[in-house]
Design a protein around this ligand. Structure first.
Ligand code: ZN
Length: 291
């Protein structure tokens, strides 16, 4: 499932590649993924891209008039492609873009001059593909009040990497959540963007067990969890910026310390990593150095 680090890299890249371009074509080969009418989809054509941002585990494409909000759920992926490239199977939505006169001034620094950026006269496509078809693409024209479940207040708290989520705000917010730490980190109304994989990673970095209750944490442990969250997500984003482009549809997870690495030695203490399967999800942690 794409989480904050994965989607941050995709959002930055698509922002740099597509802002300023008009939508040239909008198609839904997998119409079940789309929440919106065929007329609303067709009405995207001609509108210029103003921004592409991540919010929690959503990707939000702002056009001149409409917004397209994508929730990729478990298996949704975004491909930046040339129209001549072969379309992958299970492509649900294709947006084609026209040329532009220049890239956005606010393109993230790491994308500057990247080899994978389409030239301004190119006509790139974004293909949204979802093998399990659980994800959704919501069309939000002005004047149509289409609810997007899980997006915005109160479903979403601050993004886990939001500068406004300071240590003081964190201490205050976490008080309301006495339960198990893994569930807490995955709770999008507490902080947005962290899912099953990065909750394991953050807890390993913090040296805290996933099933431990927040109510048992000392004040230093609450602070340590915040520091671990920020550093784990930041480090992952750095790695993914290097390794994901130009195949933005590929999920890179092999560098993780514990998640999905059951039976392998813990990179910090060498103890075999424990893996628990519950509710269809894998939880991985180290009994040697998490307490
Ligand atoms: Zn360990």
């Amino acid at each position: 499932m794409p989480e904050l680090p994965d989607l941050s890299v995709v959002a930055d890249a698509l922002h740099a590649a597509l802002v300023g371009r008009p939508v040239r074509m909008a198609e839904a080969p997998g119409p079940l993924a789309v929440r919106g009418t065929p007329a609303e989809l067709a009405a995207l054509v001609g509108q210029r891209v103003e921004s592409i941002r991540r919010r929690g585990k959503f990707l939000r494409i702002e056009l001149e008039l409409d917004e397209v909000a994508c929730n990729p759920m478990l298996t949704g992926r975004f491909q930046l492609a040339d129209p001549r490239d072969k379309k992958p199977t299970r492509t649900a939505v294709v947006l084609g873009f026209g040329p532009r006169s220049g890239g956005p001034p606010d393109a993230p620094a790491w994308t500057h001059g990247a080899a994978w950026l389409p030239t301004d006269d190119a006509e790139p496509e974004v293909r949204y593909r979802d093998p399990t078809q659980m994800g959704k693409v919501y069309l939000r024209p002005p004047g149509v009040d289409r609810h997007v479940p899980g997006l915005g207040e109160p479903d979403q708290g601050p993004d886990a990497d939001d500068p406004a989520l300071t240590l003081d705000v964190w201490r205050d917010r976490i008080r309301r959540h006495p339960g198990e730490l893994k569930n807490l980190l995955r709770n999008q109304s507490f902080v947005a963007g962290i899912g099953n994989a990065y909750s394991d990673e953050v807890l390993h970095a913090a040296g805290l067990l996933p099933f431990r209750k927040r109510s048992t944490l000392a004040a230093e442990e609450v602070d340590g969890l915040y520091v671990a969250m920020r550093s784990t997500l930041g480090a992952a984003i750095e790695i993914l910026r290097d390794r994901v482009p130009p195949t933005f549809e590929r999920q890179v997870r092999d560098f993780l310390a514990v998640h999905d690495k059951g039976g392998q030695p813990c990179p910090r203490c060498g103890t075999r990593i424990t893996e628990v399967r519950a509710g269809g999800f894998i939880t991985s942690y180290c009994r040697g150095c998490q307490r």
